[in-house]
Design a protein around this ligand. Structure first.
Ligand code: AMP
Length: 429
């Protein structure tokens, strides 16, 4: 099979790395990819994965490329092309593509849509209201005592969620999102949720329109600094499994969330084939969904795919063709930890073009893999080219061992201004 993967981050490197191991794959491209993706080879034919300079949102050129190369399967990593309707476009042209269609992508591209869906189908969620009027929104914040979370409806690069401690902050947040439109059209509507306390975990489920197969749990670290301080980021590290849900509790959560989700999709005629990634708060009153994402998490993918033992091509193929029910997802009993190394200053301004050293030394170590995110080639060197630069990932017999192995690898890698959290996985202990 010939595969095209779309995207350029750590998630896409992990997808390429895992897909390239499949004996079904003879040739692979990634658009636009990064310096690490370029170093991967298909296991069967030992052909290098070719990075092609087409942006993940350039739908017409992606389509033309997939047609020209006669790709047997295109795999979409990021949310934007999904929300733009890349799956619908490829399907209209008779191409096989993995990812959710535009209607299903609304679960991520519209928080109002998701909130209303959760209420209609009884999916456990925060008490919330949806608004297109700022005065009514402020009144609702007051009814929650001012302690609430104000969320812009649309995609806002993960920045459209404002946590408010009191009514003054809540009114400021409503003004920022709905009146001064700090996030543009994404803030025409807003969701306001009660503030939930508890432990946050990431769930992932692969769906084929009828069946949803749940993954083990993982936990992201969104804040930039140790101890969950600092600004929100795209994610500074993950680990899997977490100790917060037993297998029985995970199965129970899956039942509470995925059954009504799939039933609701059937009723609303949403053909959900792709990845469903609910962000969940484990509260004293049970699990509550904070949001839905309609693609793999980044950096959750890095820990999941290092633990996945099932052939990923077969899984994605079954997700497209509606035959997931026949497949079993097998997971390594080993734990996985991914520590993100970022550019100094991220998530604010940061410099690019810093030379990265130590990568070869780490990739020579067993049970360790460095997934590239913001990297580029400059002659024979690899340099930084983004905020999140690397996802240093390690497996271990337990979380402690995986954590030590990941940080031992981080210590070997250097670039000017590198910053990372020192406490990835610490909440588990
Ligand atoms: P979201 O993009 O909706 O997942 O929100 C981003 C982050 O804000 C989450 O990962 C949580 O840490 C936090 N958050 C969102 N909604 C709530 C809520 N209702 N209560 C407490 N924290 C929340």
């Amino acid at each position: 099979m010939k595969l095209l993967v779309i995207g350029s981050g750590g998630r896409e490197h992990a997808l390429v790395w895992k897909l390239a191991q499949s004996p079904h794959v003879t040739q692979m491209w990634c658009a636009p990819g990064n310096a690490g993706i370029q170093q991967e080879r298909t296991a069967k034919t030992e052909r290098p994965v070719e990075c092609v300079n087409i942006g993940a949102e350039d739908l017409p050129r992606l389509l033309a490329f997939a047609q020209e190369k006669q790709a047997d399967l295109t795999v979409v990593g990021p949310d934007n092309p999904l929300a733009l309707g890349i799956v619908d476009l490829f399907q209209r042209h008779g191409l096989c593509i993995w990812g959710v269609n535009q209607k299903a992508a609304q679960f991520e591209s519209s928080k109002v849509f998701s909130q209303k869906f959760m209420e209609k189908y009884g999916i456990p969620a925060a008490a919330a209201g949806t608004f297109d009027d700022a005065a009514a929104a402020k009144k609702f914040c007051a009814s929650l005592g001012g302690k609430c979370v104000v969320k812009a409806d649309g995609l806002a690069l993960g920045k459209g969620v404002l946590i408010c401690a009191n009514q003054t902050e809540a009114e400021r947040a409503v003004d920022e999102i709905m009146v001064s439109k700090a996030f543009g059209a994404a803030g025409a509507k807003a969701v306001i949720q009660e503030f939930l306390e508890g432990i946050e975990v990431s769930l992932h489920a692969l769906c084929d329109g009828k069946t949803a197969k749940i993954f083990p749990t993982s936990q992201d670290h969104k804040r930039a600094l140790d101890g969950d301080l600092g600004l929100n980021t795209g994610g500074m590290g993950t680990y899997s499994p977490t100790p917060f849900l037993t297998e029985a509790q995970l199965a129970d959560t899956a039942r509470q969330v995925l059954e009504p989700f799939m039933r609701g999709c059937a009723e609303e005629r949403i053909d959900y084939r792709g990845l469903l990634y609910p962000g969940v708060m484990l509260t004293k009153a049970g699990p509550k969904i904070l949001e839905f994402n309609a693609r793999f998490g980044d950096p959750e993918t890095q820990v999941y795919l290092t633990r996945l033992e099932t052939d990923l091509v077969e899984l994605l193929d079954a997700s497209v063709s509606g035959t997931l029910g026949k497949l079993e997802l097998k997971w390594s009993p080993l734990a996985s930890v991914c520590v993100v190394m970022a550019s100094g200053g991220y998530p604010g301004n940061y410099a690019k073009g810093k030379v990265i050293t130590g990568l070869a030394a780490v990739n020579a170590l067993p049970h360790r893999k460095v997934f590239h995110a913001g990297t580029a080639r400059a002659g024979d060197r690899i340099v930084t080219s983004g905020g999140r630069v690397l996802g240093v990932t390690a497996l271990g017999r337990d979380l402690k061992a995986a954590q030590s192995a990941a940080y031992a690898a981080v210590d070997k890698i250097h670039f000017d201004g590198a910053h990372f959290r020192h406490d990835i996985g610490a909440k588990a202990f």
